[in-house]
Design a binder for this molecule. Structure first.
Ligand code: GLV
Length: 322
């Protein structure tokens, strides 16, 4: 069996595959950059399984370039918008993702961003390094508390629910949420309130955190009209997928004060960042690292490898996308 891995990934995953006696080819050239399509088209020749990452568009050309029919595409991410699922289905190729193992880490990063915004951590760091800290001041760099504030969660999946847990249990926040389905048990446990429509939720929130997958229905879910529905004192946080927000509209909203601030880990055209955002001080930008801890990236690599092993041994992989 031959496995092609598009980028160097944590050893935990590679070891599981090599221990099975598989031939494992890692595209070492793509260490500091994304894999080139050409590299994938070459590497996939003769492969039974492809271990991909979220920056590669896995399309029909790649699916058909292998030679022997590819059996599985194991995406090392919880999101799988980079894989053409319909084409994979038509070809009988299984597609898997890595849910669950990154939930805590992404929820933590979401809070890291919320706390950094509220306590003005990035501004304060720049201020101190610039030698501007000349005296303690009763009014110096005043931020705002999370405690007692209202958090709107858009998408109550694993990560959205975990963010709600930290918000309510850890920070004494009130949670409002919107999702395609209502969860009354969650509402009882967390004192949360459901909104069927995002338009009705947005005007009530001090913080809005996005946790929906990228689909045709969520593309530009946050656009100019919806940014205007938010409070001028509100913060927007995105650790899901970049194209959920219209970045040009966000730059305008932040510049013109329709909302107070934003923190985003994902971008519309990664790794490019809308130039308008780079000029602003009321946004914090991180380079798609919400799941990037040593522990979690190791678990993601191992889970992708396990999905491959199960599929190649003729069993249903644990994270098969149906
Ligand atoms: C990261 O963005 C992931 O989908 O795992």
């Amino acid at each position: 069996m031959k496995i092609f891995i598009t980028r160097p990934i944590p050893q935990a995953g590679i070891k599981l595959l090599r221990d099975k006696g598989y031939e494992v080819l890692v595209n070492e050239a793509a260490k500091e950059r994304g894999a080139e399509k050409e590299e994938i088209l070459v590497g996939i020749k003769g492969a039974d399984a492809l271990l991909s990452t979220l920056t590669e568009k896995i399309d029909v050309q790649i699916m058909d370039a292998g030679g022997p029919p590819l059996k599985i595409i194991a995406n090392m991410a919880v999101g799988f918008d980079n894989v053409d699922l319909e084409a994979a289905k038509q070809r009988g190729i299984m597609v898997t993702n890595t849910p669950g193992v990154l939930t805590d880490t992404v929820a933590e990063h979401t809070f890291a961003l919320m706390l950094a915004l509220s306590h003005r951590i990035v501004e304060a760091d720049k201020f101190t390094r610039a030698g501007l800290y000349r005296a303690w001041g009763p009014m110096l760099l005043l931020g705002s508390d999370l405690s007692g504030k209202i958090l709107g969660i858009v998408g109550l999946g694993r990560i959205g629910s975990r963010v709600a847990y930290h918000a309510v249990k850890g920070f004494g926040m009130k949670v409002l949420y919107t999702d395609v389905k209502r969860d009354e048990n969650f509402e009882r446990e967390f004192g949360a309130q459901f909104f069927e429509n995002i338009d009705d939720l947005l005007p009530h929130c001090d913080y809005v955190s996005l946790h929906v997958p990228l689909t045709g229905g969520t593309l530009h879910l946050i656009d100019e009209r919806r940014l205007k529905l938010m409070r001028t004192s509100a913060y927007l946080i995105n650790t899901s997928r970049g194209p959920i927000i219209n970045e040009k509209a966000l730059a305008k909203a932040l510049k013109e004060g329709w909302i107070r601030g934003a923190a985003i880990d994902v971008f519309e055209n990664e790794p490019k960042v809308e130039p308008g955002l780079l000029k602003l001080n009321n946004i914090i930008l991180t380079p798609h690292i919400a799941s990037a801890t040593e522990e979690t990236r190791g678990k993601m690599a191992a889970l992708a490898a396990k999905n491959i092993i199960e599929a190649l041994e003729g069993r249903t992989p644990p994270n098969l996308i149906k």
